[in-house]
Design a protein around this ligand. Structure first.
Ligand code: PLP
Length: 441
Protein backbone atom coordinates (compact mmCIF):
# COMPACT_ATOMS: atom_id res chain seq x y z
CA UNK A 1 0.00 0.00 0.00
CA UNK A 2 1.40 3.36 -1.01
CA UNK A 3 1.25 6.56 1.00
CA UNK A 4 2.08 8.61 -2.08
CA UNK A 5 -0.57 10.46 -4.02
CA UNK A 6 0.66 9.20 -7.36
CA UNK A 7 -0.15 10.87 -10.67
CA UNK A 8 -2.65 8.07 -11.34
CA UNK A 9 -4.19 6.52 -8.29
CA UNK A 10 -4.39 2.75 -8.30
CA UNK A 11 -1.87 2.04 -11.03
CA UNK A 12 0.76 -0.48 -10.18
CA UNK A 13 3.95 1.37 -11.01
CA UNK A 14 7.20 -0.58 -11.21
CA UNK A 15 9.81 0.61 -8.70
CA UNK A 16 12.97 2.00 -10.24
CA UNK A 17 15.96 0.78 -8.29
CA UNK A 18 18.92 1.54 -10.53
CA UNK A 19 19.93 3.55 -13.56
CA UNK A 20 22.97 3.15 -15.77
CA UNK A 21 23.56 4.89 -19.09
CA UNK A 22 20.36 4.71 -21.13
CA UNK A 23 18.80 2.01 -18.92
CA UNK A 24 16.57 2.04 -15.84
CA UNK A 25 16.12 -1.21 -13.88
CA UNK A 26 13.11 -2.00 -11.71
CA UNK A 27 12.89 -4.06 -8.53
CA UNK A 28 12.00 -7.21 -10.45
CA UNK A 29 15.24 -6.94 -12.40
CA UNK A 30 13.58 -5.81 -15.64
CA UNK A 31 15.43 -3.14 -17.53
CA UNK A 32 13.94 -0.44 -19.73
CA UNK A 33 15.58 1.69 -22.38
CA UNK A 34 14.97 5.28 -21.34
CA UNK A 35 13.89 6.29 -24.82
CA UNK A 36 12.37 9.54 -23.62
CA UNK A 37 14.89 10.56 -20.95
CA UNK A 38 11.86 10.46 -18.63
CA UNK A 39 10.29 13.62 -20.02
CA UNK A 40 13.30 14.79 -22.07
CA UNK A 41 15.34 15.21 -18.89
CA UNK A 42 18.11 12.60 -18.69
CA UNK A 43 20.30 14.02 -21.44
CA UNK A 44 23.50 12.29 -20.29
CA UNK A 45 21.87 9.05 -19.21
CA UNK A 46 21.77 7.78 -15.65
CA UNK A 47 24.51 7.56 -13.07
CA UNK A 48 27.00 9.69 -15.02
CA UNK A 49 30.20 9.38 -12.93
CA UNK A 50 31.50 12.89 -13.62
CA UNK A 51 28.23 14.55 -12.62
CA UNK A 52 27.97 12.44 -9.47
CA UNK A 53 31.54 13.34 -8.57
CA UNK A 54 30.86 17.06 -9.03
CA UNK A 55 27.82 16.84 -6.77
CA UNK A 56 29.72 14.93 -4.09
CA UNK A 57 32.55 17.43 -4.17
CA UNK A 58 30.08 20.30 -3.71
CA UNK A 59 28.40 18.49 -0.81
CA UNK A 60 31.79 18.38 0.88
CA UNK A 61 32.01 22.19 0.58
CA UNK A 62 28.55 23.60 1.18
CA UNK A 63 25.11 22.20 0.41
CA UNK A 64 22.91 25.21 1.02
CA UNK A 65 23.32 28.94 1.53
CA UNK A 66 20.29 31.21 1.17
CA UNK A 67 20.68 33.57 -1.78
CA UNK A 68 19.66 36.65 0.21
CA UNK A 69 22.77 36.12 2.36
CA UNK A 70 25.33 34.61 0.00
CA UNK A 71 26.23 33.77 -3.52
CA UNK A 72 28.42 30.71 -4.20
CA UNK A 73 31.32 30.00 -6.52
CA UNK A 74 29.43 27.16 -8.12
CA UNK A 75 26.32 29.22 -8.94
CA UNK A 76 28.48 32.06 -10.29
CA UNK A 77 30.42 29.57 -12.39
CA UNK A 78 27.24 28.03 -13.82
CA UNK A 79 25.91 31.46 -14.79
CA UNK A 80 29.18 32.27 -16.56
CA UNK A 81 29.12 28.96 -18.41
CA UNK A 82 25.54 29.53 -19.55
CA UNK A 83 26.22 33.05 -20.79
CA UNK A 84 29.26 31.74 -22.63
CA UNK A 85 27.33 29.04 -24.52
CA UNK A 86 24.18 31.11 -25.15
CA UNK A 87 23.63 33.15 -28.29
CA UNK A 88 24.97 36.69 -27.92
CA UNK A 89 22.39 38.89 -26.25
CA UNK A 90 21.46 36.57 -23.41
CA UNK A 91 23.73 38.09 -20.83
CA UNK A 92 22.41 37.23 -17.37
CA UNK A 93 21.02 34.22 -15.55
CA UNK A 94 18.37 33.75 -12.89
CA UNK A 95 18.53 30.26 -11.36
CA UNK A 96 15.41 28.39 -10.24
CA UNK A 97 14.50 24.77 -9.50
CA UNK A 98 12.55 23.62 -12.57
CA UNK A 99 10.72 24.51 -15.74
CA UNK A 100 7.49 25.92 -14.32
CA UNK A 101 9.45 28.12 -11.93
CA UNK A 102 11.51 29.36 -14.85
CA UNK A 103 8.40 30.30 -16.80
CA UNK A 104 6.83 32.02 -13.78
CA UNK A 105 10.01 34.00 -13.21
CA UNK A 106 10.20 35.00 -16.87
CA UNK A 107 6.61 36.26 -16.82
CA UNK A 108 7.25 38.28 -13.69
CA UNK A 109 10.46 39.67 -15.15
CA UNK A 110 8.53 40.81 -18.20
CA UNK A 111 5.90 42.51 -16.07
CA UNK A 112 8.37 44.18 -13.71
CA UNK A 113 10.54 45.30 -16.62
CA UNK A 114 7.68 47.30 -18.10
CA UNK A 115 6.84 48.83 -14.75
CA UNK A 116 10.51 49.79 -14.30
CA UNK A 117 10.69 51.51 -17.69
CA UNK A 118 7.44 53.40 -17.24
CA UNK A 119 5.02 51.28 -19.26
CA UNK A 120 2.89 49.80 -16.46
CA UNK A 121 -0.08 49.44 -18.78
CA UNK A 122 1.59 46.47 -20.48
CA UNK A 123 0.07 43.34 -18.98
CA UNK A 124 -1.11 40.95 -21.68
CA UNK A 125 0.56 37.64 -22.38
CA UNK A 126 0.06 36.05 -25.78
CA UNK A 127 1.08 32.44 -26.24
CA UNK A 128 0.02 29.66 -28.59
CA UNK A 129 -2.64 26.99 -28.51
CA UNK A 130 -1.31 23.46 -28.14
CA UNK A 131 1.69 24.47 -26.08
CA UNK A 132 2.85 23.60 -22.57
CA UNK A 133 4.72 25.95 -20.29
CA UNK A 134 4.32 24.26 -16.91
CA UNK A 135 1.79 23.42 -14.25
CA UNK A 136 1.94 26.31 -11.77
CA UNK A 137 -0.94 28.73 -12.19
CA UNK A 138 0.82 31.39 -14.28
CA UNK A 139 2.65 28.86 -16.43
CA UNK A 140 -0.49 26.77 -16.87
CA UNK A 141 -2.43 29.87 -17.92
CA UNK A 142 0.29 30.68 -20.44
CA UNK A 143 0.16 27.20 -21.96
CA UNK A 144 -2.44 26.51 -24.58
CA UNK A 145 -2.90 22.85 -23.77
CA UNK A 146 -6.69 22.67 -23.61
CA UNK A 147 -7.12 19.56 -21.45
CA UNK A 148 -4.47 20.56 -18.93
CA UNK A 149 -6.16 23.96 -18.55
CA UNK A 150 -9.79 22.88 -18.51
CA UNK A 151 -10.15 21.90 -14.83
CA UNK A 152 -8.37 25.02 -13.58
CA UNK A 153 -9.76 27.51 -16.13
CA UNK A 154 -11.84 29.47 -13.56
CA UNK A 155 -8.75 30.29 -11.51
CA UNK A 156 -6.29 30.97 -14.32
CA UNK A 157 -5.17 34.56 -14.91
CA UNK A 158 -6.12 36.10 -18.24
CA UNK A 159 -3.91 35.08 -21.17
CA UNK A 160 -4.43 34.98 -24.92
CA UNK A 161 -3.60 32.39 -27.52
CA UNK A 162 -2.94 32.26 -31.23
CA UNK A 163 -2.34 29.31 -33.56
CA UNK A 164 0.77 27.18 -33.19
CA UNK A 165 3.07 26.65 -36.16
CA UNK A 166 1.98 23.09 -36.94
CA UNK A 167 2.74 22.45 -40.58
CA UNK A 168 1.50 18.86 -40.80
CA UNK A 169 -2.05 19.89 -39.91
CA UNK A 170 -2.37 23.60 -40.54
CA UNK A 171 -0.27 24.53 -43.56
CA UNK A 172 -2.54 24.58 -46.62
CA UNK A 173 -1.68 22.28 -49.52
CA UNK A 174 -1.15 25.27 -51.84
CA UNK A 175 0.73 27.36 -49.28
CA UNK A 176 4.50 27.87 -49.15
CA UNK A 177 6.20 27.78 -45.74
CA UNK A 178 6.85 31.53 -46.12
CA UNK A 179 3.18 32.24 -46.82
CA UNK A 180 2.22 30.07 -43.84
CA UNK A 181 4.63 32.00 -41.60
CA UNK A 182 3.16 35.27 -42.92
CA UNK A 183 -0.36 34.05 -42.18
CA UNK A 184 0.58 33.15 -38.60
CA UNK A 185 2.37 36.47 -38.12
CA UNK A 186 -0.71 38.29 -39.40
CA UNK A 187 -2.83 36.41 -36.87
CA UNK A 188 -0.50 37.48 -34.07
CA UNK A 189 -0.50 41.07 -35.29
CA UNK A 190 -4.31 41.09 -35.33
CA UNK A 191 -4.31 39.80 -31.75
CA UNK A 192 -1.89 42.56 -30.71
CA UNK A 193 -4.23 45.13 -32.25
CA UNK A 194 -7.23 43.57 -30.55
CA UNK A 195 -5.55 43.78 -27.13
CA UNK A 196 -4.01 47.20 -27.73
CA UNK A 197 -0.57 47.76 -29.24
CA UNK A 198 0.79 49.26 -26.03
CA UNK A 199 -0.89 46.74 -23.72
CA UNK A 200 0.88 43.50 -24.66
CA UNK A 201 3.94 42.61 -22.58
CA UNK A 202 5.11 39.25 -23.93
CA UNK A 203 4.76 36.59 -26.58
CA UNK A 204 5.69 33.13 -25.30
CA UNK A 205 6.48 30.07 -27.44
CA UNK A 206 8.44 26.83 -27.47
CA UNK A 207 10.88 26.88 -30.41
CA UNK A 208 10.17 23.17 -30.95
CA UNK A 209 6.91 22.14 -29.31
CA UNK A 210 7.49 19.15 -27.06
CA UNK A 211 4.94 17.36 -24.93
CA UNK A 212 1.78 18.82 -26.46
CA UNK A 213 2.49 18.42 -30.18
CA UNK A 214 5.34 15.90 -30.23
CA UNK A 215 8.52 17.56 -31.53
CA UNK A 216 7.00 20.06 -33.94
CA UNK A 217 9.47 22.65 -35.16
CA UNK A 218 8.52 25.90 -36.89
CA UNK A 219 8.64 26.52 -40.63
CA UNK A 220 11.58 28.61 -41.80
CA UNK A 221 11.23 32.33 -41.05
CA UNK A 222 8.37 31.87 -38.58
CA UNK A 223 10.38 33.04 -35.59
CA UNK A 224 12.04 35.80 -37.61
CA UNK A 225 8.58 37.14 -38.43
CA UNK A 226 7.59 36.85 -34.76
CA UNK A 227 10.74 38.67 -33.61
CA UNK A 228 10.03 41.47 -36.10
CA UNK A 229 6.51 41.89 -34.74
CA UNK A 230 7.72 41.91 -31.14
CA UNK A 231 10.29 44.58 -32.02
CA UNK A 232 7.71 46.61 -33.94
CA UNK A 233 5.31 46.77 -30.98
CA UNK A 234 7.84 46.76 -28.13
CA UNK A 235 6.77 43.31 -26.91
CA UNK A 236 9.19 40.95 -25.15
CA UNK A 237 9.83 37.59 -26.80
CA UNK A 238 10.05 34.74 -24.29
CA UNK A 239 11.20 31.43 -25.74
CA UNK A 240 10.57 28.37 -23.60
CA UNK A 241 13.40 25.89 -24.10
CA UNK A 242 12.61 23.89 -20.99
CA UNK A 243 12.12 20.76 -23.08
CA UNK A 244 13.76 21.46 -26.43
CA UNK A 245 16.86 23.21 -25.09
CA UNK A 246 20.27 22.14 -23.76
CA UNK A 247 21.28 20.28 -26.89
CA UNK A 248 18.13 18.24 -27.41
CA UNK A 249 17.67 19.41 -31.02
CA UNK A 250 21.33 19.26 -32.03
CA UNK A 251 22.30 22.77 -30.98
CA UNK A 252 22.68 23.80 -27.35
CA UNK A 253 19.76 26.21 -27.75
CA UNK A 254 17.02 25.21 -30.20
CA UNK A 255 16.56 28.89 -31.02
CA UNK A 256 20.03 28.97 -32.61
CA UNK A 257 18.45 27.21 -35.60
CA UNK A 258 15.91 30.03 -35.93
CA UNK A 259 18.52 32.79 -35.97
CA UNK A 260 16.62 34.93 -33.52
CA UNK A 261 17.54 36.01 -30.01
CA UNK A 262 14.69 36.34 -27.52
CA UNK A 263 14.60 38.81 -24.64
CA UNK A 264 14.16 35.95 -22.18
CA UNK A 265 14.69 32.22 -22.51
CA UNK A 266 13.72 29.51 -20.05
CA UNK A 267 15.71 26.29 -19.63
CA UNK A 268 15.44 23.33 -17.23
CA UNK A 269 15.19 19.54 -17.76
CA UNK A 270 18.45 18.86 -19.66
CA UNK A 271 20.19 21.58 -17.66
CA UNK A 272 20.28 19.33 -14.63
CA UNK A 273 20.05 16.15 -16.65
CA UNK A 274 17.82 14.69 -13.92
CA UNK A 275 20.72 14.64 -11.46
CA UNK A 276 19.26 17.64 -9.66
CA UNK A 277 16.11 19.76 -10.04
CA UNK A 278 17.22 23.01 -11.64
CA UNK A 279 16.05 25.56 -14.18
CA UNK A 280 17.02 29.02 -15.27
CA UNK A 281 15.87 32.14 -17.02
CA UNK A 282 18.42 33.84 -19.24
CA UNK A 283 17.80 37.51 -19.88
CA UNK A 284 19.10 40.26 -22.07
CA UNK A 285 21.16 43.23 -20.95
CA UNK A 286 18.13 45.41 -21.72
CA UNK A 287 15.97 43.62 -19.14
CA UNK A 288 18.78 43.51 -16.61
CA UNK A 289 19.29 47.27 -16.97
CA UNK A 290 15.57 47.81 -16.45
CA UNK A 291 16.05 46.37 -12.96
CA UNK A 292 19.54 47.69 -12.18
CA UNK A 293 18.74 51.24 -13.26
CA UNK A 294 15.24 51.07 -11.80
CA UNK A 295 14.34 49.67 -8.40
CA UNK A 296 17.61 47.73 -8.13
CA UNK A 297 15.93 44.39 -7.50
CA UNK A 298 13.88 41.70 -9.12
CA UNK A 299 10.88 41.27 -6.86
CA UNK A 300 10.83 37.49 -6.77
CA UNK A 301 12.66 34.56 -5.17
CA UNK A 302 12.30 31.03 -3.85
CA UNK A 303 14.05 29.25 -0.99
CA UNK A 304 16.06 26.96 -3.26
CA UNK A 305 17.12 29.28 -6.08
CA UNK A 306 20.81 28.90 -6.88
CA UNK A 307 21.04 25.70 -4.84
CA UNK A 308 24.75 24.79 -4.73
CA UNK A 309 24.38 21.06 -5.37
CA UNK A 310 21.94 21.64 -8.21
CA UNK A 311 24.33 24.24 -9.61
CA UNK A 312 27.24 21.80 -9.29
CA UNK A 313 25.33 19.13 -11.22
CA UNK A 314 24.25 21.60 -13.91
CA UNK A 315 27.72 23.09 -14.19
CA UNK A 316 29.16 19.66 -14.92
CA UNK A 317 26.32 18.81 -17.33
CA UNK A 318 26.99 22.04 -19.24
CA UNK A 319 30.73 21.35 -19.30
CA UNK A 320 30.03 17.90 -20.81
CA UNK A 321 27.46 19.24 -23.31
CA UNK A 322 30.14 21.58 -24.65
CA UNK A 323 32.36 18.67 -25.68
CA UNK A 324 32.07 18.55 -29.48
CA UNK A 325 31.44 14.80 -29.62
CA UNK A 326 28.17 15.20 -27.71
CA UNK A 327 26.35 17.38 -30.26
CA UNK A 328 27.92 15.34 -33.08
CA UNK A 329 26.28 12.26 -31.56
CA UNK A 330 22.94 14.02 -31.06
CA UNK A 331 22.85 14.92 -34.75
CA UNK A 332 24.07 11.55 -36.04
CA UNK A 333 21.86 9.47 -33.74
CA UNK A 334 18.93 11.80 -34.43
CA UNK A 335 19.29 11.15 -38.14
CA UNK A 336 19.56 7.43 -37.52
CA UNK A 337 16.43 7.56 -35.36
CA UNK A 338 14.49 9.45 -38.02
CA UNK A 339 15.66 7.08 -40.78
CA UNK A 340 14.83 4.04 -38.64
CA UNK A 341 11.37 5.34 -37.77
CA UNK A 342 10.72 6.23 -41.42
CA UNK A 343 11.70 2.71 -42.50
CA UNK A 344 9.77 0.92 -39.75
CA UNK A 345 6.66 3.09 -39.60
CA UNK A 346 6.64 5.35 -42.66
CA UNK A 347 4.38 3.00 -44.60
CA UNK A 348 2.03 2.27 -41.72
CA UNK A 349 -1.55 3.32 -42.48
CA UNK A 350 -1.66 4.59 -38.89
CA UNK A 351 1.40 6.82 -38.85
CA UNK A 352 0.71 10.25 -40.30
CA UNK A 353 3.93 12.12 -39.59
CA UNK A 354 7.41 11.42 -38.25
CA UNK A 355 9.24 14.63 -37.39
CA UNK A 356 11.64 16.44 -35.14
CA UNK A 357 15.21 17.58 -34.76
CA UNK A 358 18.25 15.98 -33.19
CA UNK A 359 17.26 13.50 -30.50
CA UNK A 360 13.81 15.02 -30.21
CA UNK A 361 11.46 13.10 -32.50
CA UNK A 362 7.71 12.69 -32.67
CA UNK A 363 5.43 10.16 -34.32
CA UNK A 364 1.84 11.25 -34.96
CA UNK A 365 -0.58 8.35 -34.99
CA UNK A 366 -3.74 8.55 -37.12
CA UNK A 367 -6.74 6.38 -37.90
CA UNK A 368 -6.35 7.15 -41.61
CA UNK A 369 -3.09 8.27 -43.15
CA UNK A 370 -4.70 9.80 -46.27
CA UNK A 371 -7.31 11.95 -44.55
CA UNK A 372 -5.17 12.47 -41.39
CA UNK A 373 -8.25 11.56 -39.41
CA UNK A 374 -7.29 10.90 -35.76
CA UNK A 375 -8.41 7.90 -33.73
CA UNK A 376 -11.49 8.16 -31.52
CA UNK A 377 -10.08 9.64 -28.28
CA UNK A 378 -12.04 7.02 -26.32
CA UNK A 379 -9.57 4.42 -27.61
CA UNK A 380 -6.75 6.19 -25.74
CA UNK A 381 -4.20 5.07 -28.29
CA UNK A 382 -1.45 7.05 -26.59
CA UNK A 383 -1.97 5.23 -23.28
CA UNK A 384 -1.94 1.91 -25.06
CA UNK A 385 1.34 2.78 -26.77
CA UNK A 386 2.91 3.61 -23.41
CA UNK A 387 1.75 0.31 -21.92
CA UNK A 388 2.84 -1.76 -24.93
CA UNK A 389 6.22 -0.01 -24.98
CA UNK A 390 6.84 -0.59 -21.26
CA UNK A 391 5.99 -4.26 -21.74
CA UNK A 392 8.71 -4.33 -24.40
CA UNK A 393 11.24 -2.60 -22.16
CA UNK A 394 10.97 0.86 -23.70
CA UNK A 395 10.13 4.17 -22.06
CA UNK A 396 8.62 6.65 -24.51
CA UNK A 397 6.44 9.72 -23.98
CA UNK A 398 3.04 9.41 -25.69
CA UNK A 399 0.31 12.03 -25.34
CA UNK A 400 -3.25 12.50 -26.55
CA UNK A 401 -5.09 15.63 -27.64
CA UNK A 402 -2.39 16.51 -30.15
CA UNK A 403 -4.73 18.41 -32.47
CA UNK A 404 -6.97 20.35 -30.13
CA UNK A 405 -6.63 18.95 -26.63
CA UNK A 406 -9.07 16.14 -27.36
CA UNK A 407 -8.28 14.56 -30.72
CA UNK A 408 -4.96 13.20 -31.88
CA UNK A 409 -2.21 10.96 -30.53
CA UNK A 410 1.55 11.19 -30.73
CA UNK A 411 4.65 9.67 -29.19
CA UNK A 412 7.71 11.67 -28.25
CA UNK A 413 11.15 10.06 -28.32
CA UNK A 414 13.98 11.87 -26.54
CA UNK A 415 16.77 9.50 -25.53
CA UNK A 416 20.04 10.44 -23.78
CA UNK A 417 22.68 12.09 -25.99
CA UNK A 418 25.16 9.31 -25.23
CA UNK A 419 23.04 6.70 -27.02
CA UNK A 420 24.76 4.32 -29.43
CA UNK A 421 23.59 3.17 -32.93
CA UNK A 422 22.48 -0.31 -31.90
CA UNK A 423 20.48 1.19 -29.03
CA UNK A 424 18.72 3.53 -31.48
CA UNK A 425 17.80 0.48 -33.54
CA UNK A 426 16.37 -1.22 -30.45
CA UNK A 427 14.21 1.85 -29.74
CA UNK A 428 12.91 1.79 -33.30
CA UNK A 429 12.08 -1.93 -33.16
CA UNK A 430 10.34 -1.71 -29.81
CA UNK A 431 8.44 1.47 -30.62
CA UNK A 432 7.23 0.15 -33.98
CA UNK A 433 6.03 -3.04 -32.29
CA UNK A 434 4.32 -1.06 -29.52
CA UNK A 435 2.52 1.26 -31.95
CA UNK A 436 1.43 -1.64 -34.16
CA UNK A 437 0.11 -3.52 -31.14
CA UNK A 438 -1.66 -0.44 -29.77
CA UNK A 439 -3.53 0.37 -32.96
CA UNK A 440 -4.43 -3.29 -33.49
CA UNK A 441 -5.86 -3.81 -30.01
N1 PLP B 1 7.95 24.36 -20.36
C1 PLP B 1 8.01 23.32 -21.20
C2 PLP B 1 8.21 23.58 -22.66
C3 PLP B 1 7.91 22.02 -20.73
O1 PLP B 1 7.95 20.99 -21.58
C4 PLP B 1 7.74 21.82 -19.34
C5 PLP B 1 7.62 20.43 -18.79
O2 PLP B 1 7.37 19.49 -19.49
C6 PLP B 1 7.67 22.92 -18.50
C7 PLP B 1 7.78 24.19 -19.03
C8 PLP B 1 7.49 22.74 -17.00
O3 PLP B 1 8.65 22.21 -16.45
P1 PLP B 1 8.60 21.47 -15.03
O4 PLP B 1 7.83 20.21 -15.23
O5 PLP B 1 10.06 21.24 -14.71
O6 PLP B 1 7.97 22.41 -14.07
Amino acid sequence: MTKILHRMIGTNLPRAVAGEGIYITDNSGRSYIDGSGGAAVSCLGHNHPEVLEAMKAQMGRISYAHTSFFTTDVAEQLAEQLVEIAPKGLDYVYLVSGGSEAVEAALKMARQYFVEIGQPQRRHIIARRQSYHGNTIGALATGGNAWRRALFEPILPETHHVSPCYGYRDMQADETPEAYADRLAAELEAKIFELGIDKVMAFVAEPVVGATLGAVGPVADYFKRIRQLCDKYGILLILDEVMCGMGRTGTIFALEQEEVVPDLVTIAKGLGGGFQPIGAVMLSEKIYRGFSEGSGLFQHGHTYIGHPIAAAAASKVVEILKRPEIMVNVIAMGERLQAGLDAALGQSPHVGDIRGRGLFRGVEIVADKDTRQPFDPARKIHSRVKKEAMQRGLMCYPMGGTIDGIYGDHVLIAPPYVIQPEQIDLIVDRLAAAINAAVAS
